[in-house]
Write a protein that binds this ligand. Structure first.
Ligand SMILES: *[C@@H]1O[C@H](CO)[C@@H](O)[C@H](O)[C@H]1NC(C)=O
Ligand SMILES: *[C@@H]1O[C@H](CO)[C@@H](O)[C@H](O)[C@H]1NC(C)=O
Ligand SMILES: *[C@@H]1O[C@H](CO)[C@@H](O)[C@H](O)[C@H]1NC(C)=O
Ligand SMILES: [Zn+2]
Length: 617
């Protein structure tokens, strides 16, 4: 990828983005770049002092990891195998990409010398005191490239649209943590040579929230055009709740003309009726977006992978691959193993010819880490926007029951076909009616099928009647749930559903007790990627700062999952002998620290196929 950045075009700064280039670019665009030199010396001095301090503080680099090693805790039970017996043990032994032993230090040493008598003694490494090892963390419902699109330019936490003058100066002290949204866009452009040198490139980012800005007004294209670095570029910025887009003049221009009105959406306009640069809900679809290039996709993927490794994830189920993103993952997997395991669900579109028998499921090979053996079907919409299909009308809007996004007949027709052709079928279902209909379709389709191998899933499974919860377990349909949604929605959900039906929403305990299998995910970028947030939400049902509409004990606390269940729901590759060595090392014992300390857990290392992809061992 880097080679495509080599440019000797006049006037274009060197693409090798050193601090100096960045600084230079910053000054090229500043209105008053005069104090550049002094400032630069000041920064240089700090840089040198900083480097020296870092050198002194740096720990001895870890010795290279041998092909085979034992990883142990000094205490004897800090490795959670999450097997059927919930075994906790002292050591795992890794050879190449596989786990070849587990047990106490004495046992694994003894076994090693028996197994490999001619080889050198087994190298033993220890995790830090208090640390634990858990199976590599899986996110079973997420959106990888969409996360990358918003997080490559994160606007979350920006406190204003446009900083005031003195904030601009302060910003120069810490270039990367501007509190001004426009400044973050500017900084992103300046620090990304590939984008800086090509003013036509689409710039995407997201996470802004106008309700926390002092003005509380919608941001405008003019706010972006006011900055000399951004002016004239094609910018599309998604809001934190994904219900609004803030775009530049170029983006508006490309998509013009706009209709007078949009069903289910708003084009924000000025006094003269001209679009100002914010598009709400369905109006977002009016935006014409250019084709993404390979380097756009790769940039998104790298951002997502970087964060995933940092959070301890070793495997992600992508809950919505379109043909282009699937093709991208395939190309990446062909050039070498993906940096993280990706399990893909391909979108079903009823208007396209059936593809379940023309393309075959991809089943992750030894060397590529890509599987795509699932089809994703949407049954209904979302609760927040009133699109979840309910049996009874919404409590706060009795004129509607929400809606199914497809004719139920389609489910009865296509689910059996996909199952026949050996696809895992994952159906998005939120409302009680949607879940009921999908379970009817599964019930009709699964007779005689190998349910254990096909593992059909309900994605979200948010609201279900008691009878349907029981059906889940009976049919062998897995509930794919995202505990973080519960603590996001708990503040408004009762208004929407009323005091009785609310009990059937996010009723995790009831789902598990009725015999259903669960798998847990985050739905990032809709919620945080941090699996600790989901773990905390599942076991406390409190917001991350310890609150809930029902007080500090949590929202319907009787529906909490146990820590054991929350841990078990997050891995599909458990470290047992003969399996791949995917595991995560955490700084403290998540299974026993007080609830309030869970979120302070740090990831010490993330290991895929026996080698750390984050941290070291
Ligand atoms: C940016 O750099 C790449 C690599 O040299 C080059 O192909 C591309 O033309 C450059 N873009 C612009 C606008 O200079
Ligand atoms: C010892 O090695 C054998 C052969 O690989 C394996 O079957 C057994 O489970 C190992 N025992 C332990 C405690 O690691
Ligand atoms: C795939 O299935 C469709 C629908 O059942 C059928 O019409 C088509 O002939 C099949 N194609 C192949 C290659 O099996
Ligand atoms: Zn999703």
């Amino acid at each position: 990828m880097t080679s495509s950045l080599d440019s000797d075009k006049p006037g274009v700064p060197s693409p090798i983005a050193g601090k100096k280039d960045y600084k230079q670019r910053q000054e090229d665009h500043d209105l008053k770049p005069t104090k550049g030199r002094g400032w630069f010396k000041f920064q240089l001095l700090f840089g040198v002092v900083g480097l020296f301090a870092a050198f002194l503080l740096a720990r001895k680099p870890a010795a290279p990891l041998p092909e085979a090693y034992a990883l142990c805790s000094k205490e004897n039970d800090k490795i959670y195998l999450v097997d059927d017996k919930n075994t906790q043990t002292q050591c795992i032994v890794v050879e190449g990409a596989y786990i070849v032993g587990t047990g106490s230090l004495d046992t694994v040493r003894g076994n090693w010398s028996k197994l490999r008598p001619s080889q050198v003694a087994l190298e033993v490494r220890f995790i830090k005191p208090g640390a634990i090892i858990i199976p590599g963390i899986t996110d079973s419902h997420a959106h990888i490239l969409e996360y990358g699109a918003t997080q490559q330019l994160p606007l979350e936490g920006s406190k204003t649209i446009q900083g005031i003058h003195f904030a601009r100066r302060l910003r120069r002290l810490s270039l990367s943590s501007s509190t001004d949204a426009v400044a973050r866009v500017r900084e992103y452009i300046l620090s990304t040579p590939e984008i800086y040198n090509d003013t036509t490139k689409l710039i995407t980012g997201g996470g802004w929230d106008h309700t926390v800005w002092p003005s509380s007004t919608w941001p405008t294209a003019a706010d972006l055009e006011a900055d000399s670095v951004i002016r004239g570029r094609h910018v599309v910025l998604q809001s934190k709740d994904c219900h609004a887009l803030w775009v530049s003049s170029k983006a508006l221009e490309i998509s013009a003309p706009f209709p007078d009105s949009v069903e289910g959406g708003v084009i924000v306009r000025d006094g003269n009726g001209a679009p100002t640069g914010t598009l709400l809900d369905n109006a977002q679809d009016l935006l014409k977006q250019p084709e993404l290039t390979e380097s756009d996709l790769l940039r998104r993927f790298k951002v997502a992978v970087r964060d995933a490794h940092k959070y301890g994830l070793t495997s992600i189920h992508d809950a919505g691959l379109n043909p282009k993103s699937l093709a991208f993952f395939k190309r990446q997997a062909e050039t070498g193993p993906l940096p993280i395991r990706v399990y893909g669900m391909s979108f079903f579109d009823e208007n396209e010819p059936y593809w379940g028998n023309t393309s075959r499921p991809i089943i992750g090979g030894e060397s590529d880490r890509l599987s795509a053996r699932s089809v994703k079907i949407f049954a209904d919409g979302a609760l927040r926007t009133g699109g979840a299909a309910l049996y009874e009308p919404y409590a706060d809007n009795p004129t509607t029951n929400g809606f199914m996004r497809l004719d139920p007949e389609i489910l009865f027709k296509f689910i059996p076909m996909f199952l026949r052709d050996e696809w895992q079928v994952n159906v998005h279902a939120i409302g009680d009616r949607a879940n009921g209909i999908v379970l009817d379709a599964f019930e009709a389709s699964l007779k005689g099928a190998n349910v254990k191998a096909l593992r059909p899933r309900l994605e979200h499974a948010q609201m279900m009647t008691k009878a349907d919860m029981a059906r889940l377990g009976k049919l062998g349909v897995i509930a794919s749930i995202q505990p973080a949604h519960a603590i996001s929605d708990m503040w408004y959900a009762e208004d929407r559903l009323g005091p009785d039906r609310i009990k059937s929403l996010y009723a995790f305990r009831s789902v598990v007790d009725s015999g259903a299998k669960i798998t847990l995910g985050s739905d990032f970028p809709v919620e945080s990627m941090n699996p600790l947030a989901g773990f905390y939400a599942a076991v406390t049902r409190q917001s991350l700062d310890g609150r809930s509409p029902h007080g500090p004990d949590g929202w319907f606390p009787e529906q909490c999952l146990t820590r054991q269940e929350a841990l078990r729901g997050r891995n599909d590759n458990r470290p047992c002998i003969g399996k791949r060595a995917d595991f995560t090392i955490l700084s403290q014992d998540l299974m026993s620290v007080p609830f309030a300390d869970i979120l302070a857990t740090e990831v010490h290392a993330t290991v895929i196929d026996g080698r750390p992809v984050y941290g070291n061992i």
